[in-house]
Design a protein. Sequence first.
Lengths: 317, 328, 555
Amino acid sequence: MRRFIFTRLWQTALVMLLVSFGAYVLIGLMPGDPIDLMITANPAITSADVARLKALYGLDQPLVLRWFHWLWSALNGDFGYSRLFTQPVTALIGPALINSLELMLASWALSLAIALPAGIYAALKPHSFRDYGINLAAFAGVSIPPFWLGLVAILVFAVSLHWLPAGGTGQLDDAQGWQSLRYLVLPVATLTIASVGSHIRFVRGSMIEVMRQDFIRTARAKGLSERGVVVRHALRNGMMPVVTLLGLEFGSLFSGALITETLFSWPGMGRLIYNAVIGSDYNLAMAGLMLATLVTLIGNLLADIGYKLLDPRVKLS
Amino acid sequence: MTRQNTRTGKPIPASRSASPWRLAARRFSRHKLAWISLLVLLLFAVASACAPLVAHWLGTDAQAVDLFSRYGPPSWDHPLGTDELGRDVLLRLLYGGQVSLMVGVSSALCAAVIGTFIGVIAGFRGGWLDGFLMRFTDGVISLPLLPLLIVLAAIDPGKLGIPRDVINGESFSLYRIILIIALFGWTTVARLVRAATLALREREFVLSARALGAGPGRIILRHILPNVVTPIIIATTLAVGNVILMESVLSFLGLGIQPPVPSWGNMLTHAQEFIWDAPLLALWPGLLIFITVIAVNFLGDGLQDALDPRANTDHAPATGQDDPQTAQ
Amino acid sequence: MRKFFGILLLAWATIITSTSLAKAEETLKIGISGYPETLHPAFSSSAVQSYILGFVRRQIMVYNHDWKIACMMCDTVPSFENGLAKRVPLKDGKEGVQLSLSLPENAKWGDGEPLTTQDVAFSIEVGKNEKVAVANKEVFNRIVDFNIIDDHHFTVTMDRIDYSYNAFLGVEILPAHLEKPVYDQDPATYQKRSLYVTAPDTPGLWFGPYLVKKVITASAVMLEANPYWWGEKPQITAIQLRNFENTAALEASLRSGEIDYTPGEIGLSIDKVIAFQKRFGDKYDIIYKKGLFYSHLDVNSAFAPLGDRRVRQALLYAIDRDEISQKLFAGKNTPALDFIHPDDPVFTDDVAHYPFDPAKADALLNEAGWTRTGTAMRKNAKGETLHFTLYGATESSTGQLIQQVLQNRWKQAGIDVDILNQPARVLFGETLPERKFDGLAMFGWLSAPEHLPLTILKSDQIPTAENHFEGQNYTGYDNPKVDALIDQIELELDFNKRVPLWHELQKIYATDLPALPLYHGEQGFIFPKWLKGIRPTGHMYPSSLWAEQWYRTDQ
């Protein structure tokens, strides 16, 4: 086990290194550099200004050198300065991360709270009427273009009915307690509708699989009530793939939800990373991407470990 | 990847392939929703293919701008009305369908080819290559997908040595979308195929083929691929829906297929700007995307039941478990 | 399970029905689209930044609502006539101009410290420092001398005398008492350590009718009334500027009442405002303001078919710009004759006009050797099709509508046009400066009145690899007559003598068509009925610079 974790840890480090290089090069392949963007905004700028600005941002050096430089600073805990917002990267990521976590955790919890009972409920009688109903709902949720769903939600609940705010975090209106929850409703609902379907299908699938296993038949043969079979035997085994899923999705909690955040003016990681990438803000984009990647990799690792702990039959290679 | 579900790799020995397929067809025919879905998808495909005929019949073409009849109501000349530039909505939906379905299917197929290739090699060769490829797959999966798609969609292809006159063609944005979605979409297939290949590699019919002196290429082509085709078909079907959604999201960010080439995604995106004036304009493409994606999901589900009855539905629908954050 | 859903439902109901917030009525909420890179006035000059800073800072001079130079932080605009401007010999033997200016006597920073000539001196010191990358270095390069007379009077010497010699623009006053210690530590890193960056809510950084109270990066800026403001007291005591990255969301927030107002400078595009007016015009006041926004199609003259002037003229005859204006913009965004706005004092309409005239287009194209049979695309003698690409920015949805209309018209005239939209960073960062566009590129300029198109039309401003793609003459226009005219205009101080030169320049432009004029843009402002006093300017100096005149009628 220790060896396994050790091996996976250094592999994770290697992946991180490769990903960081890849991302850096990709951002560099985007046409035009940040200075070009400034030039177009300002007809009075001169070539001397351009040279000075390029030197200031280190853009006069080759890409690989800049990457090394970035890596070295990052390893020393210095993630540098955001060009887009002229602030230290860490000062930007902090609040965005909190906003994203709030949004993502809420929708994650809600999605699971719906998916677990619904998925199990459907799995207990596969191909029954209720199974079809739940499946239909699940498929419907994942099949709606997410920005369309968000926009319709805003039109209906904010513009027409005036029930809920159209966007923002509530921070701007000095909302407190219950009031600030109102701002969460629409974005969380949008996110949940988009994600609950795949959760339901996943839970249902793994429960159906488990219910077919021999040990369930044995338990039934021993005269255990159906309820007892489900609660005592099926759930524990059926939840293992779900643990895996949670591990895989762990990273998305930290990378935010770009579309939802954009529509609801929610200043989270999704928007931050997007703006950084589009604006060639290397320091910010790299810090955001690396954080999201690292957390995802850790999530995967935890999922593997969790899987092993829950299911002694699985051997870790 | 030990957590990879090895259940999906149920090998069907090649020699007995005829009757399982017939069995599968029978099982599929019982799946009513999948049938309806298949019919709906076929209907969409045929209708899209007939777009030029419809254009001829209506006596107009999809790009004919008429500023005197913007936001026109449905009429005999324009069965679904006209859009913000007075173009026929029905025709644009049909041509958009061509593009969206084409992008969906080609992208999913490209992803399947890449995924199969990597999966088979990893599973068959094993050892360090397997380890490397799977870590690589992990790496790709762990990337925040949307920002990277955005970077790729914004990269200057000229810097990669693609000739200018190719880049400047109107349909370049179309090929670009197909390619970049495929570049990230192959991971599901790769993992499924690898798991199946791993299981197959030690099976008697493979071992005996090897003992008879068959080369690795032959074994892969004759014995492995026919037996991993089931998970590939299912994953690819589901991916089509995912790609169509993804294209609409990229369009929303201004990086999808560029007008005047219509796609359901960019029609929906443009319509949302006019949602106050002409809500129906947003309804049609939204509805078509919704119906197509849901149909694809049901079809995938039905295929799963039919082709792989015992490994019941451990695939998540279109927004698969590999990229939960994708379309949000 | 039922219990669970019951709880969920209850929570939902509680959230929905909980009374909406007691509205902070005194706060004016403004929806904008965009967020500035920095709030430091010297390091960036985007439209969003100018708009936000308009509330909290003032310019020394501005163009006013009548598009004339006016004093804001000075007493009188200097001129040779009133004696406040003087010709002075410079060290290098050339002739410069010395301007005498005086700051308002009672001007104060937001912390009560007096605003003096020391602050101006510090601002110029920062701007001139080679180690500091201010946005408009050129302005500071022109300043050769600065003299403090007393706390409120100073003279400044510029290195040349041109027709805008008396416009002392572009120097942003910085608070020496707060920023000088930071700057003196290390000018090279000043940009990162400035209080504008580290503590933008410091009152002493601002001197407008409002102060920055709180900044939520990329989301919002909150403003409150400045107790030390020496001018007219603003009636509105608090302002909130909220950034929306999606215009549909901005519109929805306006409709749902979360924001009160969206300004034309950086709010909704004109076609959105027109559509909004159709639906909700009775509930809002909507103002349109003609602006110095010139939308046009740059022609790459290096691209053979378009190098022919007749083809360029035919392209204009073949499109119906009036129809676009009428049908897409409800009569707004009227077609442009050339790059000079009709409201500009140097404008003339005595230039070539290009109304929609397919017959003329046909004749010109035939004359240029591009003939057609039936409805086929035009071909020349070599059998090549008349084909080019029309570029644009993906960000501009309005532009994309226009592109498709143009494409359709040209198709009718037998010209085969592909549309290619690129992200703005690609279009302006590479395609245009490196002149990689094989055809036309559609974009617009926002400028000041009587702005000399020096970087746009002069032949030494053609971007090439040798000059590091400097200059904005993307069309590759090279006309010695125009070069000479521009030089003449720049140095002609007498407005009456300048006007004919301007007219001559417009005539050549409209005949040669280095770029195809589309329209002069307008801005649309959506006000709630109770908000009054906002006066759009139509140029790069935003309406927020006069924010103290805004008031509401519902209180």
